[in-house]
Design a protein around this ligand. Structure first.
Ligand code: C5P
Length: 242
């Protein structure tokens, strides 16, 4: 069980909305002392850095989930720009390679405000066949391990991983490596399009540092109440968590 993570605020709400107004409406229901939030490619592409700054200014720790993947110089500059927006965490694709991750890490080191920097290993949407199509003959879990080790060597703070990979990564990468896990569903909730889901309690128990939760909260009739229900479930097993 990973409780070495001293951070008690483990939930990241995915702000998967098409516009700023729906985003603001949800944020009014959330407490920045209790949870963090994530902005991904859709909302960022629609609303841009000004919304990121607005959310950061309103007190939320923000994970800017843009999964940068490009030549080292470009990714370094993109990470520097993300750091400049005041985000709490941002990410790159580990498949961009050693030099790219080192450039990303150097950008964080040089920044005044230093976000956590994590890597995506193998997208959970990729099957073994998909990997073969792009020339990767290793089983997905081995590829995940390989890229997680490389990410660690390049100074990444952690990786995004599926619930199925959490335990293996926690054991091999140690207690301080940040593991961010999507595909979380409170007991009894609909899986939506997620194939392998785990409950918040099981994800923390397997070693996850942060849980990304989207639709169970964002589509709930009362998002604040739904989040409280999740906190209650977590408190039952982990009284120290928010
Ligand atoms: O609504 P739901 O809880 O399924 O949202 C999960 C969030 O995590 C979405 O923003 C999705 O893009 C992201 N994500 C994921 N699976 C991954 C990586 C990211 O669901 N492997």
């Amino acid at each position: 069980m990973n409780i070495n993570n001293k951070d008690s605020k483990r939930i990241i709400i995915a702000l998967d909305f098409p516009d700023a107004e729906s985003t603001r409406k949800l944020l009014r229901e959330l407490d920045p002392a209790q949870c963090r939030v994530k902005i991904g490619k859709e909302l960022f592409t629609r609303c841009g850095p000004s919304l990121v700054e607005e959310v950061v200014k309103s007190g939320f720790d923000l994970f800017l989930d843009l999964k940068f993947h490009d030549i080292p110089n470009t990714v370094g500059k993109a990470v520097a720009a993300a750091a400049n927006l005041g985000v709490w965490m941002t990410n790159v694709h580990a498949a961009g390679g050693r030099d790219m991750m080192i450039a990303a890490k150097a950008a964080v080191d040089d920044a005044q405000h230093k976000p956590l920097l994590i890597a995506v290993t193998v997208l959970t949407s990729m099957s073994q066949t998909d990997l073969l199509d792009i020339g990767i003959t290793m089983p997905p879990q081995e590829q995940v391990m390989r890229l997680a080790r490389l990410a660690g060597q390049c100074g990444m703070d952690g990786v995004v991983c599926s619930a199925a990979e959490t335990q293996m990564l926690r054991v091999s990468m140690g207690g301080d490596f940040v593991l961010v896990t999507p595909g979380i569903r409170p007991a009894g909730d609909a899986p939506n399009d997620q194939k392998r889901i785990v409950t918040p309690v099981d994800a923390i128990r397997a070693g996850s540092s942060y849980l990304v939760i989207g639709r169970p909260v964002t589509q709930a009739a009362k998002p604040g109440d739904k989040l409280n229900e999740i906190f209650m479930q977590l408190h039952g097993s982990f009284p120290d968590l928010c």
